[in-house]
Design a binder for this molecule. Structure first.
Ligand SMILES: CNc1ncnc2c1ncn2[C@@H]1O[C@H](COP(=O)(O)OP(=O)(O)OP(=O)(O)O)[C@@H](O)[C@H]1O
Length: 196
C-alpha cells in the first residue's frame, strides 16, 4: 500500500495497512502551524499506567504522560522529561506510533504527537500537580481481570484513543490522524498499522 493514502499532516515511508477510517466530514480540516507533542505509556503484566489530567488542556480525561516538545529537545528527550515531570519515573521508552490531530475549535495549531511505550520503569510513581497516575487492566472484557483493576476508561479519554490503543497494547507500530469537534467527538479519522 502506498503512502499517498495517508491524510495531510502524516509523513511516512514504508508499508501502511489502514485499520480504521471514517467520519461524515468529506474534507480534512485545514491547519496553519504544527506543534510537536509526546505521549508516553508504561505497559506491563497486563496493566497500563494512565494519568488523570487535573488541569489545563484535556482536563478531566485520562491519557498517557506527555506534552510539548521544547525547541532544544528531540521528541524522545521530551517524552522522558514529561514522564519524569508528570509521573516521577524514568523508563526505557521506545517509539511506537505517530498521531496527528486537528481540533475544530482549536485551530491555532495541529498536534503532531509521537507516542512512546516502555515495559518497565524505575523510580516511584507519584501524583503531581498536573496528573494523578492510575493503573488499569489491559485484559479484554470477558477475560480474567487483574485483582479489581478497572478496564481502560475509554469513555473518559480522548475519543480517538479507542482506535489506536489496541495497536499500542499489541506492540504494533501505528500512525493516524483524527479531526475532532470541541465536545471530543470524532469528525473524520484514519489510522494505519506500519508493517515496515
Ligand atoms: C485530540 N486527541 C488526543 N488524543 C490523545 N492525546 C492527545 C490528544 N490531543 C492532545 N493529546 C496529548 O495531550 C497532551 C497535551 O499536553 P499539554 O499538557 O498541553 O502539554 P504541556 O504539558 O507541555 O503543557 P503545559 O506545560 O501545561 O503548557 C500531550 O501529551 C498530547 O500528546
Amino acid at each position: 500500500m502506498s503512502t499517498s493514502l495517508a491524510p495531510p499532516g502524516i509523513v511516512h515511508e514504508g508499508t501502511l495497512v489502514p485499520v480504521h477510517n471514517g467520519g461524515d466530514s468529506t474534507i480534512w480540516l485545514p491547519f496553519e502551524k504544527v506543534k510537536l507533542y509526546t505521549n508516553a505509556f508504561i505497559i506491563q503484566d497486563g496493566k497500563i499506567l494512565l494519568g488523570y489530567k487535573k488541569r489545563g488542556f484535556g482536563q478531566g480525561l485520562y491519557n498517557g504522560f506527555g506534552g510539548k516538545v521544547e525547541p532544544n529537545e528531540t521528541p524522545a528527550q521530551a517524552a522522558a522529561r514529561e514522564l519524569q515531570e508528570e509521573a516521577g519515573i524514568e523508563a526505557p521508552l521506545r517509539h511506537c506510533g505517530t498521531l496527528f490531530f486537528v481540533l475544530k475549535n482549536f485551530r491555532d495549531h495541529a498536534f503532531y504527537v509521537d507516542i512512546f511505550v516502555a515495559k518497565e520503569y524505575s523510580g516511584t510513581i507519584i501524583e503531581t500537580d498536573e496528573m494523578r497516575p492510575q493503573w488499569f487492566s489491559t485484559a479484554s472484557e470477558g477475560l480474567e481481570k487483574l485483582d479489581d483493576m478497572l478496564p481502560i476508561p475509554y469513555d473518559k479519554m480522548w475519543a480517538d484513543d479507542v482506535f489506536w490503543m489496541p495497536l499500542l497494547l499489541a506492540d504494533r507500530p501505528f500512525i493516524g490522524r483524527a479531526d475532532l469537534d470541541k465536545d471530543n467527538t470524532m469528525e473524520k479519522w484514519w489510522f494505519a498499522e506500519k508493517t515496515s
